[in-house]
Design a protein around this ligand. Structure first.
Ligand code: FAD
Length: 424
């Protein structure tokens, strides 16, 4: 073997060693990347909080930060019970302590903007946070002035109570002050909205309160639509328990409110002017502004997502979950948000580990209180078919337990979803 041969063997060994180091280095880099992956969650409602907790449950090595300006979160589910004193707002308010216990870093701030190219977000306090994956879950915003006369300031006179907290307290106080014989109006907007059965739950619990305390009063529902979920079940319950107390006026009968005058508590429809004692005006809705400003919303106004992972259909490495996204047939509900968030967390972990996931199924259940000890459940199961989330079965009424049993289930469901979503 000559000198030239030795040199080529040494060169070959050096090449093999270098190649091995490259492979090893690549693997270390990949696993380090997975270990130190940074996921930032913008918004800590049912969707964002569930996702942050689930990421930590699935992989404690992931660095999870949740940003939300509110240290305490008041749940909309059961807030109609708080309106009439069946629950306290305090019992519906959760802190961020459960997140901290699970190792989620909570940052009390507002996400002001997203730089998807550089993969960082800017907070309202001007700090930047870098991410590998961003989950955007800001819920809804209200489209003030879509209804002429109804700007944000008018919600102090005509509360929406469509975000639980101070607004719930305001509407509850107005209900307590109503004179016997006074009208409590609920105005339902057109378009996609959070929890479509909730205005009719609200009508039921308000009627239960009025029946006991102001029996000559009435609930008028001015609806910009022509039907609502489980209409037959609601109508039958109203007939049985609150006869003559609740009147639903669909759009075809002049139910769409065209403008309001908060200074003299008047609603205007094609039927004319209606003065009321209490006006619960629910504004039209769209995703939280952050999602829109970041370019995550499309022409219809909501955020399209890939149904397998809830990654935005418009921006890579950014996921949108909860009320802000458009998830095929799924309703905008806390249980849908929770189900989407669990899947989104699994999909993020799988993608960081470069694993495949089976196709998802989702659940949603919305309980509506019909009275203090009776409720109605609307169940949905969903799966991905042809790239869309479709409903796969609906529980038949015949299979439903009694309204009393459903009221007990509603209370249990509430405790469970709050514990799962916020780690309480
Ligand atoms: C009266 C009523 C009753 C309801 N009852 C039920 C029920 O019985 N069952 C059910 O399943 N659903 C119910 N819902 C629907 C449910 O409340 C919503 O679908 C659910 O809250 C959606 O969760 P989310 O996390 O998408 O949004 P949200 O709960 O609104 O949370 C969004 C969070 O994002 C934060 N945020 C917003 N912008 C930013 C930003 N720029 N930076 C950081 N954080 C931000 C907000 O502070 C908020 O904490 C009800 C709704 C109403 C109004």
């Amino acid at each position: 073997m000559g000198v030239g041969d030795d040199a080529s063997v040494r060169a070959r060994r050096r090449f093999i060693k270098a190649a091995a180091l490259v492979v090893l280095g690549g693997a270390q880099l990949a696993s380090a990347k997975a270990r130190r992956a940074r996921v930032v969650v913008a918004g800590g409602g049912f969707a964002g909080a569930t996702c942050a907790l689930q990421l930590r449950r699935l992989d404690t090595a992931i660095d999870v930060t949740l940003v939300d300006p509110d240290e305490r979160y008041a749940t909309c589910p059961m807030s109609d019970a708080a309106l009439v004193g069946w629950r306290s707002m305090q019992s519906l308010t959760v802190s961020r302590a459960g997140l901290a216990r699970a190792g989620v870093r909570y940052v009390r701030d507002r996400v002001a903007s997203i730089d998807a190219q550089a993969r960082h977000i800017r907070l309202a306090s001007s700090k930047d946070l870098a991410y590998d994956r961003l989950v955007v879950a800001p819920g809804i915003r209200f489209l003030w002035d879509r209804l002429p006369g109804y700007g944000e300031a008018d919600s102090q006179r005509m509360p929406h109570a469509w975000r639980a907290g101070a607004q719930t307290g305001l509407l509850a106080a107005q209900l307590r002050d109503i004179d016997d014989g006074g009208v409590f109006a609920i105005c339902v907007p057109p378009g996609l909205m959070r929890c479509p059965p909730a205005p009719f739950e609200r009508a039921s619990v308000v009627a239960a309160y009025l029946k006991q305390h102001r029996p000559r009063s009435k609930v008028l529902i001015f609806d910009a639509n022509n039907h609502f979920p489980k209409q037959d079940v609601f109508a039958a319950a109203w007939q049985e328990f609150y006869p003559g107390m609740i009147e639903w006026i669909p759009a075809t009968e002049g139910g769409a409110v065209q403008r309001v005058d908060a200074s003299n508590m008047t609603l205007y429809t094609s039927r004319g002017a209606q003065r009321v004692a209490v006006a619960n005006v629910i504004p039209q809705q769209a995703p939280g502004l952050l999602a829109v400003d970041a370019g995550l919303a499309s022409g219809h106004g909501w955020c399209p997502v890939k149904p397998e992972s809830f990654e935005s259909a418009l921006i890579e490495n950014v996921h949108v979950i909860g009320d802000a996204c458009i998830a095929g047939a799924m309703p905008k509900s806390a249980s849908a948000a929770n189900s989407q968030a669990l899947r989104c967390a699994r999909a993020i972990v799988a993608s960081l580990r470069e694993q495949e996931l089976p196709s998802p199924q989702f659940d949603s259940v919305c309980y509506s209180l019909l009275g203090r000890d009776r409720a109605l459940a609307i169940h949905g199961r969903f799966a991905v078919a042809d790239g869309e989330i479709r409903q796969i079965d609906i529980a038949q009424d015949a299979d439903q337990p009694s309204p009393q049993a459903q009221a007990l289930q509603a209370a249990r469901w509430y405790d469970r979803i709050v514990a799962e979503s916020f780690g309480t």
